[in-house]
Design a protein around this ligand. Structure first.
Ligand SMILES: [Zn+2]
Length: 331
């Protein structure tokens, strides 16, 4: 007997990554698992499910379900199932009961105000199996709420679904959702929407062309102070046991508080066990900053700044010319 599953969890609980893994497991056994998601607006968006960890897979829209040939379909997986309508959940129930196809739905339980979504309501009511995928609040308690954060503040009013807005969501425990307290200091890896950080990244490296060379392939980390982006940094695996640390920038209003140092220290601990040495290329004036972490002068890239930057970079009245490359051995 096929079953209807609802696996719910707060933002960042790896629901989409789980969905993609389940599909992969079916494919590994030579079986077919159809990936679906609700179409959220009338534009013809991308038929792709994507997780924060960077995994993605092609999918179809649940609105197209009537046109999809389900013969040979061993399982249906639905991502973003909170956005299903009652009728769509009903349609899935019928597939389970009448076609004997298992359906696994992944979604949020409640919206940013703590109200059930339509899809979650009916999945909670009708699923054979309801399972929680857990994640934690910054305080260590279980995160059960999804806070909508705009300009670094938790907001409690607005439309249930905002399309194309500049809001973000953070999983919090009930207590911190209620009080609106975001982590005082938090480092996060950014996998999607990296270009939104370009203005800050360009403060450390004024050449967008240079940033483009490592932004996609590198790992972007940000330090959030009370939910606001204070510092950024990128690490990039250069091969041969070398990780390059680049683009350490701190927004003007957050300078002088040690945030960049904190971010560098955390990234260096991340690099432990991943490489033999960490390298950073910088100008003479910033060398002492890195020496504090144990970096040592390795070599000089003559005229690097002079040849790669037009207009030239001027720091404290000095036009940058050579790049000093520093190296730190990881033990
Ligand atoms: Zn908490």
């Amino acid at each position: 007997m096929a079953k209807l599953y609802f696996r719910y969890g707060a933002m960042g609980s790896s629901k989409t990554a789980n969905a993609i893994m389940v599909q992969y497991n079916y494919q590994e056994r030579g079986q077919n698992a159809l990936m679906l998601k609700p179409r959220l607006d009338h534009r013809d968006g991308e038929r792709i499910v994507g997780s924060r960890s960077g995994l993605s897979a092609p999918c179809r829209y649940i609105e197209e379900l009537d046109d999809i040939d389900l013969s040979g379909c061993n399982c249906i997986i639905v991502d973003e199932a909170q956005f299903l309508t009652k009728a769509q959940v009903r349609q899935l129930v019928d597939l389970v009961d009448n076609r004997d196809i298992p359906v696994i739905c992944y979604g949020l339980r409640a919206d940013f105000q703590g109200n059930l979504f339509e899809g979650s309501t009916w999945l909670m009511a009708w699923a054979d199996t309801v399972e929680e995928i857990k994640t934690v609040c910054w305080c260590g308690r279980k995160a059960t709420f999804n806070a909508r954060v705009m300009n670094g503040r938790v907001v409690k009013s607005g439309e249930q679904i905002l399309l194309g807005g500049n809001e973000s969501y953070v999983a919090l425990c009930r207590k911190h959702w209620a009080s609106g307290a975001l982590a005082p200091i938090e480092v996060r890896r950014i996998s999607q929407g990296k270009r939104a950080y370009l203005p800050l990244l360009m403060e450390a490296d004024p050449s967008e062309r240079m940033i483009e060379r490592y932004l996609d392939s590198g790992e972007l980390y940000v330090l959030l102070a009370d939910g606001q982006t204070a510092s950024t940094a990128v690490i990039q695996d250069m091969g041969n046991g070398v990780i390059e640390l680049c683009n350490i920038a701190t927004a003007k209003e957050y300078r002088g508080r040690g945030y960049a140092s904190r971010l560098v220290r955390q990234l260096l601990s991340l690099c432990h066990g991943r490489c033999e040495r960490v390298e950073v290329g910088t100008d003479e004036g910033t060398v002492p900053f890195y020496e504090r972490f144990g970096f040592q002068r390795a070599y000089v890239r003559k005229n690097f700044f002079a040849e790669n930057y037009d207009p030239p970079i001027v720091e404290n009245g000095v036009t940058l010319k050579d790049m000093q490359v520093l190296s730190l051995k990881m033990h």
